[in-house]
Unconditional design. Sequence first.
Length: 385
Amino acid sequence: MLNFDFYNPTRVAFGEGTIARLDELVPADARVLVLYGGGSAERNGTLAEVEAALGQRSVQRFGGIEPNPSYETLMKAVEQIRREGLDFLLAVGGGSVIDGTKFVAAAVGHAGDPWEILQTRGKSVSSALPLGCVLTLPATGSEMNCASVVTRRSLNAKIGFFSRHVFPRFSVLDPVKTYTLPPRQIANGVVDAFVHVAEQYLTYPVNAAVQDRYAESLLQTLIEVGPQALATPQDYDVRANLMWAATQALSGPVGAGVPQDWATHMIGHEITALHGLDHAQTLAIVLPALLAERRAPKRAKLLQYAARVWNIRDGDEDARIDAAIARTREFFESLGVRTRLSDYGIGAEALDALVAQLEAHGMTAIGEHRDLDLATSRRILEACL
Ligand code: NZQ
Ligand code: ZN
């Protein structure tokens, strides 16, 4: 029986030219810190457009937030905010910049060691500076959710936290700002969004007709527009549909009140932490292997997925499930995202350390039934080789 609490306070300004709306979205008396990444927003003019829209407000910059944002870098932004008395954060970038900004927002006023925010997965967050986003990379959904993933390089730890306090106040989504993305990042975004939906959908049936059909429509949209975004990179309609699909994939409606299985993400985070693969590359590797390993508990939804998403309706049940998993893998590969650890030079010798990382981070009973233990994670990783 469905029973849930749905909350999402993020206002979205979507469309070409919407950066100009910052003037109305950011409080007039705000002392703003604009946070960005390694320079793409500077090179392609997005940053200048943002600063023009902020007009006469007091504005400072903080650049250099890395992909898989590091605790060490983010703490420098925390120092700048405290030193300069800034009171509004504006993230300009992809998931890493937005996640990093969420952590900074929570850390500025945190009494005690800010690492506690990650250690408690956000439970220790009681307030945060207000933040807004200008999204340049459709992928994570961070622009409309309250999650953040931060890496502490010195500990090889990539950990997520959640807090209602870090929901963006608003997000500006201008598809034109994604035109400069390299193919690798476009493909990564499609895979990440696809896996977000899959992890909220491929569990077991709970009669959530709306959530199921919404998940299926997002998956079908991604299957359609993903290749188009690579083939015709300056097509506004394609980029707009991709951007909204990625945002919706992880902003709440698909997962409202349904069982969720974040095991692919948890295993993937350890691969990034130890081997530096892009987030989406890890997901493309793990998801097909995980679905094959977990075909028994996921059987009914895998059959539904096969029929409704891939139109696979003939043959015996196991053959349909095999075909759906194969189509999933082919889809990722068709986008140019390789799906085997060996494609990235990682062999069997790496598995002990990956399993030890899962154990160190408490990932010993994951999945929708909390029964995916370390032995199962190892079997999944072996199937990823
Ligand atoms: O750093 P710059 O120079 O800006 O370049 C970035 C970066 O190198 C580049 N880029 C972004 N927009 C661009 C652009 N290049 C050209 N033109 C543009 N318009 O793309 C590269 C990757 O950026 P990044 O932000 O790292 O990618 P993504 O959006 O995929 O974010 C990945 C991070 O988000 C976390 C991941 O773990 C990873 O750390 N996730 C966050 C989630 C959340 N908050 O809900 C959920 C996800 O599952 C995910 O875990
Ligand atoms: Zn993800």
